[in-house]
Design a protein around this ligand. Structure first.
Ligand code: PMV
Length: 332
């Protein structure tokens, strides 16, 4: 019987500026197209992994409560990849906590799998460089590969397991954008992204979206590097609309928007036409991420809070990379 070995890590979610939707390989989560994101500061998942030789099966506690079987299964399969790599046979106790309400409609799988990967590798005693860490996090949730890095991040589709990982485009301090997340609904989405990616290929629009992605990536990269908000706004909104057009034309169709989603999109368009530095993007859910140019966030937040039907607004500056914490218990 060995001694338990544990490690604790923290990671933040991210908002995609050019989105990942659809896989070239579902099993390995190799995406059909590259993507770019901003890591979200202020929001984080803290996860402790303890390999315990006495445990009969993996345990997963989220916010102090045992997770539902499908979530435990997904985590166990991810831990198996790490166990294989490190020659570890012990089962693990995984305790995870988000500092944002898990029902807030903010995708937590990116921060969850980034923190889990980092903590599990450390607990297994496996040394890893950033690229390998990002590749492994990708296997748990595609967008998690971007949450390994801070600031502005690009995920090269790569086409193979070895080549598909994220790298940093610019540090968090490079450009003080703010993401105001307009929370339209806290209800969990009916179709999760893992299933959604499998439907992408059923839309006749997906091939055109994928074929045009290198152009949007180049525009987005350049807008970030030159801190050009107008250029960023144009490509971010086009990209989001293209992904939702694919979703809405899949078989079966996926409609993530609610009436307030469209109300906010229209309000943001009006505000920008009137000169405000704000644009909108939506992931696989009804909430609207309102990206604000530096110095504009508090004015936009006041206007957002006046839109009827909103459940709340979260304020996120660019955030840092996933990192290890001094090992400690994770409270629920
Ligand atoms: O990483 P997943 O499987 O949760 O997929 C993320 C999909 C989007 O959030 C809609 C887009 C993206 O690039 O993050």
């Amino acid at each position: 019987m060995g001694t338990p070995r544990s490690a604790t890590a923290e990671a933040s979610p991210n908002i995609a500026l050019v989105k990942y939707w659809g896989n070239a390989d579902d099993e390995l989560r190799i995406p059909s197209n590259g993507s770019i994101s901003m890591t979200l500061g202020g929001l984080s998942t803290v996860t402790r992994v303890t390999f315990e030789p006495d445990l009969g099966e993996d345990l997963l506690l989220i916010g102090g409560h045992p997770a539902h079987p499908p979530a435990l299964d997904r985590v166990s399969r991810h831990l198996d990849l790490i166990r294989e790599r490190g020659g570890v046979s012990a089962r693990a106790r995984v305790e995870s906590n988000n500092n944002f309400p898990s029902g807030a409609g903010i995708a937590s799988s990116a921060s969850a799998f980034a923190a889990l990967t980092l903590a599990a590798l450390a607990a297994a005693g496996i040394e890893s460089d950033t690229a390998s860490l990002s590749r492994l996090a990708r296997r748990g949730s595609g967008s998690a590969c971007r949450s390994i890095l801070g600031g502005y991040v690009e995920w090269q589709a790569g086409g193979t397991d070895a080549a598909s990982f994220a790298t940093q485009l610019a540090v968090a301090d490079h450009w003080a954008l703010v993401d105001l997340v307009a929370v339209v609904s806290r209800t969990p989405k009916p179709i999760g992204s893992t299933d959604g990616h499998r439907l992408a290929g059923t839309s006749p629009l997906q091939p055109a979206r994928v074929a045009d992605t290198p152009r949007r990536l180049a525009l987005c990269r350049q807008a970030i590097l030159q801190r050009d908000f107008e250029a960023l706004a144009a490509v971010v909104e086009l990209d989001s609309q293209m992904m939702h057009a694919v979703m809405m034309t899949s078989s079966p169709p996926l409609h993530y928007w609610q009436p307030s989603t469209l109300a906010i999109l229209q309000a943001v368009a009006d505000w920008r036409r009137a000169g405000a530095g704000v644009c909108a993007t939506i992931d696989a859910g009804p909430n609207v991420h309102c990206l604000c140019a530096p110095g504009e966030a508090s004015g936009i937040e006041t206007r957002l809070r006046a839109v009827p039907g909103l459940e709340g607004v979260l304020t996120c500056p660019p955030g840092g990379a996933a990192h290890l914490l001094p090992d400690r218990a994770v409270s629920g």
